[in-house]
Design a binder for this molecule. Sequence first.
Ligand SMILES: [Zn+2]
Length: 328
Amino acid sequence: MLRGLRRLHRFEKRILEIARSDEKLVSIHQHGFSRKTEGGFRFPIYGLSIGTTSALKKHPVGIVAGVHGLETIGIRILLDFLYHCLNNPDFFPEIHKGKIGIHAMPMVNPGGVALRRRSNPAGVDLMRNSGVEAEKSMPFFGGHQFSNRLPYFRGKGLEPESRTLYRFVYESFFHAKDSLIPVIDVHSGFGSVDHVWWPYAGTKEPCRDDALFQAMGRFFRIQAGHSQLNFGPQSESYTTHGDLWDLFYDHYWKLHEKQKKWKSRFLPLTLEVGTWSDLKEKPGRMFNRKNIFNPDSPRKRETIERYRKFLRDLFRTALTKEKDWSLG
Ligand SMILES: [Zn+2]
């Protein structure tokens, strides 16, 4: 646990540094606690809000990472992005001009980071934990109820980390009016290509915003120069039980579907940074389990910079309307 704790503290230190770097534009919140470890630790789950009060309310966008404790490249991408938004005013001027506000949860599963494992301290895979039943999930990998000693365990009921994330998403994004609301969850480790997925993970049924997502995907690939990214519904890659974003997305629509004039669109996306391509160059790395999920140093920097621009371009979607995308 010690090495994992050191890593956790390095990330926490960076979160606090970002919070201190601009007291007018940044606020830090503690949204909840992790599940207790066997040694009795409970780790705080932090959130950072960046932007003016009115921008955070009118045009909020979101980024979360660290849902899986081993996928620390996502936490780095997130922290690097926030740092650049604040310290390089030309990079994302909409933040400084009060047009867009970012709600971030940099480490959803701090206990997993400290213990150096994918699951939370109770052995639950948070992305299998929502209780949503998939139509035809992949056996085992798609989530199971056998034992918390095996990966991809679904758990029983929402874990504290899942509830904390849900409350954060609900409070930050569910009530914003007349805005497109992109919210991205950064992961790593599936295959050698980079994916950007939208709902659903649990069914191949298209979600109600499928046409809008498709148009956005085409735009980012072809016109915005992010051709390395593969866009699609998550179930196109694989189907799983218990995806939290499936649950949040359906709750969002349950809340708003009866309001005829509801123009906002909650657009959850999962960015899966493909890192398996490293293994071809250095097969020895395969024996170190954490390296499968994280590219090594020069690659790490390059990856982080590549995503910085994509995140900014994605968040600019907040200032567009659904009809702007209809000809996509
Ligand atoms: Zn993941």
